[in-house]
Design a protein around this ligand. Structure first.
Ligand code: ZN
Length: 174
């Protein structure tokens, strides 16, 4: 079964490789997507249900990420597969947002992200698409895209806390 690799794994710190047309045609991509989905669904971070994963997080240095929102949120995030993605447009407006990562389970931080982005990618069948995204979806796309360039949110964060620190401060404020 596909497992998350630890934070010091080289795949999490390398620029991932483009998926080739052969890998789409011969089923390699389908296998990879399945492994990523399985891994995503088998982890929780401190009660949070993770909603997205990038291939490097299971040790596969390929330019693929997916969103698969299994939370019982009334407004689930759209299911999304992004193969060889590019963010072709960033809004000028940015926001400082709270962020965590399955690959860095002990830390939480504040990261500046663009409020809106335009994503261009191939879907699971290799068909190109382009879509805009705002808010949480835009934040997740930027976070996952970073994984494909070997960047973790802790590399970008303005401030970082440990989960334990957060719990302490939550207790203090009641
Ligand atoms: Zn992450």
């Amino acid at each position: 079964m596909a497992k998350l690799v630890p934070e010091n794994h080289p795949a999490l710190h390398t620029i991932a490789e483009v998926v080739t047309p052969e890998e789409i045609a011969n089923g390699e991509l389908t296998k990879l997507l399945k492994a990523m989905r399985t891994a995503l669904r088998s982890y929780q971070v401190d009660g949070f249900i993770p909603v997205a994963i990038a291939a490097p997080q299971i040790g596969v240095s390929k330019r693929v990420f997916l969103l698969d929102d299994q939370s019982d949120d009334r407004n689930p995030l759209p299911a999304l597969v992004a193969v060889n993605p590019e963010i072709v447009k960033y809004s000028r407006k940015t926001q400082l947002l709270g962020e965590g990562c399955l690959s860095v389970p002990e830390l939480y931080g504040e990261v500046r992200r663009h409020t809106n982005v335009t994503l261009r990618a191939l879907d699971a069948d290799g068909t190109p698409y382009e879509r805009g995204a705002g808010g949480l979806l835009a934040q997740i796309i930027q976070h996952e895209y970073d994984h494909l360039d070997g960047i973790l949110f802790t590399d970008r964060a303005k401030r970082v806390w440990s989960i334990a620190e957060l719990k302490d401060s939550a207790k203090q404020t009641g």
